[in-house]
Design a protein around this ligand. Structure first.
Ligand SMILES: Cc1cc2nc3c(=O)[nH]c(=O)nc-3n(C[C@H](O)[C@H](O)[C@H](O)COP(=O)(O)OP(=O)(O)OC[C@H]3O[C@@H](n4cnc5c(N)ncnc54)[C@H](O)[C@@H]3O)c2cc1C
Length: 541
């Protein structure tokens, strides 16, 4: 095969968030030759910066029934195809003394119309189910919400895409669309690791670049009105709730607490921000104050719970052509055929929606791509389990040692491919999240992890209570040995610690600040990280 043939595909997917990963998988399952390009690491955008709530649709039932219906359908499908990524917690929509109890009946009626199962609970039954709740709770409605791991979900889609022949490249930025006579014929890319620029060609290009897609389209003379909506969330060090907790009121700031493994995640805010700030998100003091105060109203025990970190993401919301100002902007799916909309053949945009509607988004984009390519192949992603979720039995029950059962939460049944024969492979390298040396090897060999931050997104290494304090240097050393780049270890270590610090800075007080000072003392004071990096600069590859 010549180099030019190698670079020609049926479909190019731009963006390695959950939508791009799901689209690449769907294309590959339908027999298309597909290339996925991601400018950073996978899940670098909103897909790695969200609440991890598997909506039942109830949150949108009153205000956005179309989104509610999309959520309820996809919720049922994901339980079948992505069981290893989901913790079936159920959710409560609770009425607190500040809320209007009469909203409950409006809410329940709207849920029923959207096909969402509801059960109205008395305050005493609510507290029996969820003892952490504010004891003054006035009532609650139980719905099939759940907690979902967005990192595991995207990775499972990528793994399956590759198993079906897709090529997926991270750290490859699409710098422009190749336009020729009213047709997009491919993309120009920059390999961010090597600096090499390469053109790839395809009959169809699918823009799944989230909020960044608007700028990409503009480079081809196409205008799409996108509304970047920033959301901030806080992670508490200890999990306090068993079920997803929502306030039973019109969606507002700071009204959801999601249990996520060993932590609880409080969120979120929603603020329109300027397009030129989407790459420079900062969590503000006002956002932290609001989330802390609303969280403590919901679960008073949060007052005694240490904050681990704060983070923010941008929702890729898109205005419909008949509503360019975005007055009634929906969280529904938007799939644009730029041939009929803008006279530009070979280009599709898929955006809007939610994490949990990614599969349906992928299906719509792939259906359109197939029509353009003249391919008759139907979608099978609603019935084909993702790698890791093939077996009905919960993957967590299959493995007994703690590192294996924790790995099973992240990789499902594929955790049995993690090396564990030697004592070294079984050794825990991150005690907080129970990540073994073998899992690090697996992430490097099977999941394209190149550096410490990549490892964090694939294994949760460094995401736990100590925020990398204990595991970072050991893993940097291991990574350097495994990848054969010893001089990179220091730079990787510094990058990981900087990345962790970004999330700690907005909430650095009390115990969290003390822990951070200890980390800084160990790495800068005792180990002299900055000095070591400067001394090694000459040697960097
Ligand atoms: C604060 C917040 C909370 C949320 N909570 C939930 C929730 O609880 N449940 C839920 O279902 N949904 C939630 N969402 C929505 C959900 O996260 C998003 O709808 C979903 O992740 C979007 O995925 P995506 O793949 O379309 O976009 P993204 O994940 O943003 O992916 C786009 C990707 O394209 C890449 N890219 C951009 N430009 C280029 C280029 N030129 N070349 C190559 N690659 C490029 C980016 O790096 C990025 O990785 C939340 C969103 C936010 C912001």
């Amino acid at each position: 095969m010549t180099r030019a043939e190698k670079q020609t595909y049926d479909v190019i997917v731009i963006g390695g968030g959950v939508t791009g990963a799901g689209t690449a998988r769907d294309c590959a399952l339908r027999g298309l030759r597909v290339l996925l390009l991601e400018r950073g690491d996978y899940n670098h955008g909103a897909s790695g910066r969200n609440h991890g709530l598997m909506h039942s649709g109830a949150r949108y039932a009153v205000t956005d029934p179309e989104s509610a219906r999309e959520c309820v359908e996809e919720n049922a499908i994901l339980r079948r195809i992505a069981s290893h990524c989901i913790e079936s917690t159920d959710g409560l929509f609770v009425t607190l003394p500040d809320d209007d109890l009469s909203y409950q009946s409006t809410f329940v009626k709207a849920c029923r119309q959207a096909g969402i199962k509801t059960e109205i609970l008395t305050p005493s039954l609510t507290l029996l189910l969820e003892p952490s709740l504010n004891p003054q709770v006035q009532g609650a409605v139980r719905v099939p919400d759940a907690s979902i791991d967005p990192f595991a979900l995207t990775q499972a889609n990528l793994v399956d895409a590759r198993l079906h022949g897709a090529v997926t490249l991270c750290y490859h930025e699409v710098t422009s669309l190749l336009v020729n006579g009213g047709r997009v014929e491919g993309v120009q890319t920059l390999n961010k690791r090597t600096g090499e620029s390469i053109d790839y060609h395809a009959a169809v290009t699918i823009n799944a670049a989230g909020i960044w897609g608007a700028n990409l389209l503009r480079s081809a003379g196409i205008e799409v009105q996108m509304f970047p909506a920033k959301g901030t969330m806080l992670i508490y060090a200890k999990r306090v709730n068993n079920m997803v907790l929502n306030r039973c009121r019109k969606p507002s700031n700071g009204d959801i607490l999601v249990p996520d493994g060993s932590v609880s995640v409080m969120g979120t805010t929603s603020d329109r921000i300027a397009m030129d700030t989407i790459d420079d998100l900062r969590v503000t003091e006002a956002e932290v104050r609001l989330l802390v105060s609303e969280g403590e109203k919901l679960v008073p025990a949060l007052k005694q719970n240490r904050l681990l970190r704060a983070f923010a993401g941008v929702r890729p919301l898109i205005a419909l052509d008949d509503d360019p100002e975005g007055r009634s902007i929906s969280r529904g799916i938007v799939c644009l055929d730029h041939a009929s909309r803008d006279g530009m053949e070979g280009l599709i945009t898929i955006s809007g929606g939610k994490l949990i509607t990614y599969r349906k988004m992928a299906e719509q984009a792939t259906d359109l791509a197939c029509r353009k390519l003249g391919v008759e192949a139907s979608c099978t992603t609603a019935t084909t389990p993702l790698p890791g979720s093939e077996e009905k039995k919960s993957a967590r029950d299959v493995f007994s040692p703690s590192h294996k059962s924790n790995a099973a939460k992240r990789h499902g049944t594929r955790a049995n491919q993690i090396p564990s024969d030697s004592p070294q492979d079984r050794t825990l390298i991150c005690e907080c999240e129970h990540v073994s040396v073998g899992e690090v090897k697996y992430a490097i060999e099977q999941m394209n992890a190149h550096d410490l931050v990549d490892l964090l997104r694939r294994t949760r290494l460094g995401m736990g209570q100590c925020q990398s304090k204990s595991c970072a240097c050991r893993t940097a050393n291991l990574l350097a040995q495994l990848t054969g780049y010893p001089t990179r270890a220091l730079r990787d270590l510094a990058t990981l610690l900087d990345e962790r610090w970004k999330g700690i800075k907005p909430i650095a007080w009390g115990q969290t600040l003390r822990e951070t000072q200890l980390t800084a003392e160990i790495y800068q004071g005792l180990c002299g990280l900055d000095k070591a990096i400067n001394d090694r600069k000459e040697e960097q590859p």
